[in-house]
Write a protein that binds this ligand. Sequence first.
Ligand SMILES: [Mg+2]
Length: 147
Amino acid sequence: MIKIPIKVLLVDDEKDFVEMLSLRLKGAGQKVTLAYNGKECLEILAQKDMDVVILDIKTADMDGIEVLREIKRKFPLVEVIMLTGHETTESALEGMKLGAFDYLLKPADFDVLIRKLEAARKRKEEHEERIRKAEAKFLLRKSGGIF
Ligand SMILES: [Mg+2]
């Protein structure tokens, strides 16, 4: 079976951390783009098609929750996994209520991260498939088909 890479946008202001995680994700066959702050994250999403954003709650320029709100407002189909430390777990929960797919406590276990990424991508694909079906039905109805 051919494995299609997950298009991951990794957002964190801790440069060493993102670069190391990026190498591991690439090693695991995923397609990774890096952003070091919220502004960069939103700029990249406006230009590139992404499946999942791994978003640190603490980024240099914006509160992670604000970045999440902007992602969900402008790119609602992109799934978001929040990265959090113990001191920001409540923010991660708030993030999930605002539409984040899940959260991970730092330091995140790599296998757990991969599983969550795969689950997030699957949800995005299923969502997109339902939209395609709804569009097809709509077109059929418009063209005078039955339903
Ligand atoms: Mg950070």
